[in-house]
Design a protein. Structure first.
Length: 132
């Protein structure tokens, strides 16, 4: 129902909020960058686990980005420097606006794009030669 509501409102995704913390999307995991630190809701029974989420966290650490499995809250939206979604069908998808509020510069950020490229490289490397 949440995804359909997003479609009905002409947006890509619906974000879930629990006690003001942004937890996840209807079919994605959500990441935000605040003060240069990559943040996402901690893995728990309150969110769906995500293979892509886990790989992106691993890649972020490999790239030397500060990572914290700490939620950001709706009152942090104005502080977000970057935001992106992860998922099996979304890979790393930049988010440039949440609830009509521009995120950061309104363009995909440096960390988001570095993770997008790192994930693409990891996925491409996993495809057997001859099937690419």
């Amino acid at each position: 129902m949440a995804k359909q509501s997003a479609v009905d409102h002409d947006v890509f995704e619906a974000l879930f909020v629990r006690e003001s913390a942004v937890t996840e999307g209807s079919h994605t995991n959500v990441f935000g960058v605040i003060d240069g630190e990559l943040r996402t809701y901690p893995a728990s029974n309150l969110i769906l686990g995500g293979v892509t989420r886990d790989v992106v966290l691993e890649l972020a650490r490999e790239l030397g980005f500060p990572v914290s499995e700490t939620p950001f809250h709706i009152h942090h939206l104005a502080e977000l420097q970057e935001c992106f979604l992860t998922g099996t069908t979304t890979d790393v998808m930049p988010v440039v606006q949440v609830d009509g509020q521009v995120v950061g510069s309104g363009k995909p950020g440096r960390m988001t794009m570095a993770l997008y490229e790192a994930l693409a490289a990891r996925l491409y490397a996993a495809v057997p030669a001859g099937t690419r």
